[in-house]
Each structure stands twice: as C-alpha cells, then as structure tokens.
Design a protein around this ligand. Sequence first.
Ligand SMILES: Cc1cc2nc3c(=O)[nH]c(=O)nc-3n(C[C@H](O)[C@H](O)[C@H](O)COP(=O)(O)OP(=O)(O)OC[C@H]3O[C@@H](n4cnc5c(N)ncnc54)[C@H](O)[C@@H]3O)c2cc1C
Length: 499
Amino acid sequence: MNVPVDKSSPSRPRRLADVGRWDMETDVAIIGFGGSGAAAAIEASDQGAAVTIFDLASASGGSTALSSAEIYMGGNGGTRVQRACGLEDSTEDMYQYLMAANGPLADPDKVRAYCEGSLDHFNWLVGLGVPYKDTLYNQRAIMALTDDCLLYTGSEKAWPYNRVAKPCPRGHNLQVEGDNGGPLFMKIMTENVEKRGVKVVFEARALTLIVDDERRVHGVVVRIDQQERCVRARRGVILCAGGFAMNQEMLRKYSPLLLAASEPIGNPGDTGSGIQMGMAVGAAAINMHEGFVSLPYYPPSSLTWGILVNAQGQRFVNEDCYHGRVGYYCLQQPDRRVYLIANVEDFGDYEKTSYLGAKFVATAEESVAELESELQLPEGTLQNTIEVFNRNAAEGVDPLFHKTAEWLKPLELPLAALDCTPGHGAFYPFFTLGGLDTLPSGEVLTAERTVIQGLYAAGRTACGVPRTASGYASGISVGDATFSGRMAGRAAAMAGAHD
Ligand SMILES: Cc1cc2nc3c(=O)[nH]c(=O)nc-3n(C[C@H](O)[C@H](O)[C@H](O)COP(=O)(O)OP(=O)(O)OC[C@H]3O[C@@H](n4cnc5c(N)ncnc54)[C@H](O)[C@@H]3O)c2cc1C
C-alpha cells in the first residue's frame, strides 16, 4: 500500500477501515530496539509469541547503548553481588527509599513491583549473560571506571533519605573496564534477541498506530525503504521508542525548565514519537514536566567538601547528595546563579578528572570578603554563610541542610569558586522522565485510566519508576526500561490475539 509520506504523522492514527491490506503480520510489534525493546522482545518471545522489532536506526542500541548501563537493583535479602559484599538489603528499605525519592510523583504500584521483582530481574540479566563482578566500588563516584560492580548511585546515605531507610548500594555496574557498560549490555541483549529468532527490521520508522473505532490498537504504520507498510500486531504493539529530549518543540511545550540545562543526552531518535503515537489514540501522558538533570560536580569527590551557593550567597542543598538532586536544585535558584566554593586543595585533579566543565571565576587568598566581592554577591551574604557553615562543620553538624559528618569540614583560605550557573559553560546533561501512563504490566491507560486494548509502552516512552531528578539514582532508568520492557513483553504475549 503506497500512501504519500506526508499523510502519516504520530499524532494522526490510521483508521483500521482505511487499511487496504496488511503488508506484514506478527503477534507482537515492538517499536524501538534499545534496552526496553530488547527486554520486551526476549520476554514476549519466551512466552511463545512471534515478535517483530522495528527501529529507525541501522543497529540496535538506542540511548541504552550510549549509557553506562548501571542498573539499580536490590531488596529481597540482596542480589548475589550485594550478599558477596557482605550486604543485606531489604525490599522494604528499597521501596521506602524509592518512594521517598520520588515523593508525591511516585507510582506506588510500579515502585512495589520493581522492588519485589528486583532480585528476579538481576537473576534474569545474569541468565542472559550480563556479567557482574562480586565486588564493591566504595567511592563517591558517578560510575565505576574499574570493572567493579556495586556502588552507591543515589542519595541513600544523604539527608533526608538516610532517615527513611537503611542505606544500601544498589547500582550494579557491568564487569568491564571504563565507561563501557552500555555497549556491552546492548551487545548481550541483542545476541539474546537474535538467538530467539525475533524478526528485526532496521531503518524502519514507526509513523503511527492503526486503531479501530473502539480505539483498539491493531497494528502500526512503518516506513521502510520509503514505503509505508501496514503491520498487523495480533496481540499488541509495544512502544519502546525512548523519551523526547531531542524534541525542542515538545520540551518547550511540556518541560521548559529542562531547556535551562545545557545538553540533551540520548540518541537522535529521542523525539517523543512513541509518546505522540500513544497520545493520538487517547493515552494520557503524565509527569511531562519532569526530567533527569545533573550537575556532575564529582569526580573529584573531594569537591563534596565544598559548598554550593546562589545569587544571595546562600547554600540551598546538602552537597553530599546525588549529582542529579543537586542539578535539580541548581535550576530552581533565583537568577539561576550558582557557584561551587571549596578549599583550593580540594579541587585536586579537577582539570583532569571532572566532567563538569565549569570555569574558575574567583579565588581568595586573604579573606572571604574578597571572594564575595569578586562574585558580586551582596555584601555580607557569603561571609555569613561561610561563618555559619564553618562554625557548625567544626562540630561535625549542618543544621541547615544536614550534610553528613563524613563530608563536613570548615572552608579555609585559600578558596576558589567555579561558576556553575546554567548557561555559563558548566555541563548540565538532561533527559525526560514524562511519558505514557501505564499499569505495571505496561498496558497503556487513557486519562480515565482505562486500558487501551492492544497497546503497551515501556522505558522512557512510558512514565515509569523514575519521576524526578531530585530523587533520581543512576541505574534506575536502564533498570526501569528493562524491567518495564519485560512486563510489557509478557503481558502482550499473553494477551488474546485480535480478530
Ligand atoms: C550518556 C548516558 C548515560 C546514561 N547512563 C545511565 C546509566 O548508567 N544507568 C541508567 O539507568 N540510565 C542511564 N542513562 C539513561 C538511560 O540510558 C535511558 O534513559 C534508557 O536507556 C532508555 O531506554 P529506552 O529503552 O527507553 O530507550 P532507548 O534505549 O533509547 O531505545 C529507544 C529506541 O527507539 C528507537 N526509536 C525511536 N523512535 C522510533 C520510531 N518512531 N520508530 C522506530 N524506532 C524508533 C530509537 O532509535 C532507539 O533505538 C544514560 C543516558 C545517557 C545518554
């Protein structure tokens, strides 16, 4: 069937009645061959369904292959790695932490399912051949650059979460040297997809869904070789097409705050087409204003001894929490001016090891007043902040923001300041955390929370477990993408075939 290319857009579904004939048929059609799509394909295939994956790229991977593929897992007494490192992790601690971290935005059913299924998910990944070494990387780091596995990747040890649940490291890093987790992870996932005989069509862009008058999804229109093909999905379509960090128009409309961050991270296909396709058939998109954003101010971890101040010369966060939480608060500051101030010696090998890219804008040899004036902060503000901070730090306390004693020591001359103001050169990566509303099974919901028959979503196309940068932990996105992909793959495979 040859329909001119401009007739189809994600926002304009194709009516079933207008489909002359099916060009391809499958049980489950999966849009996107990144982490969520691969997991969905493996699970659907293992449940006995005929599966076809379509990806607009010429190879598998998506943003998952670009990532470190740290995965947030634990609970249930602990994963093999946690236990080998002498750590016991309870499902309840993991649940309470993730609920607190996501605050009022959390979906308790999804968080519960994720925590209860986390050990099984670890074992499933290991069964596929994902290698994890039974070692702890006991440093404050964004990712392990060694082949060690387990590290703290969230704010578990920091206030306020250290009051809510017993901290435990849950970030699982693949057994590979350097930041190469993502490519290895997707290589293993791809081999598992291929092993199962799943049909994969690359350079195939899904354009829009095919629906009947009752809004039941029957298939998807895909552009292959410049031709629009109607693909029948007898049991369901699973949208695994990533988020919308690369779509300026959607960002302006739904999450304008993220535009203050410097760099959308992800693959070029993160244009929100999966979310748009779902919305066009009546799906609700939720949490669209939220994203992951980060100020990666460590390494070197010694900068955690420093303080972050705003245009009023005041602190606004405990600097020992996760870099995403810090990034979130930086974007909220008045005038968005942010400086990181630390003892000169604590900058250590900043120039060599940092991802931050922030420039030195002031130094002080003689007095804090000097620094205050160089940064053009109102007189007395920074002096007061540092005087209060130092007085308390000497006692090992931080009554204002509860930074833990481990990271408290007085700031002493000489001091230096980095300009972390968004737009002044500091690296603020971001991606989106809003998406289609789904049940934990991956079934897509309308605004009334009724299920749209035949439609599933997973990964960043859905709104999953991670909901906000302020409570983000590295590993929760690939964790959620692969976990939700599995749930959707299973549910779609087990659904009855359409007529
Ligand atoms: C540099 C970097 C580091 C990161 N590190 C981590 C980490 O360590 N841990 C963690 O949890 N998270 C991390 N993240 C985030 C995480 O990688 C992603 O959020 C997650 O992998 C998304 O998975 P996904 O399956 O939803 O999407 P993807 O893996 O991006 O897959 C989506 C696929 O859909 C395809 N597609 C899109 N639109 C269409 C269409 N219309 N038709 C056909 N195909 C389409 C794309 O080509 C792509 O292959 C990182 C991200 C980046 C960029």
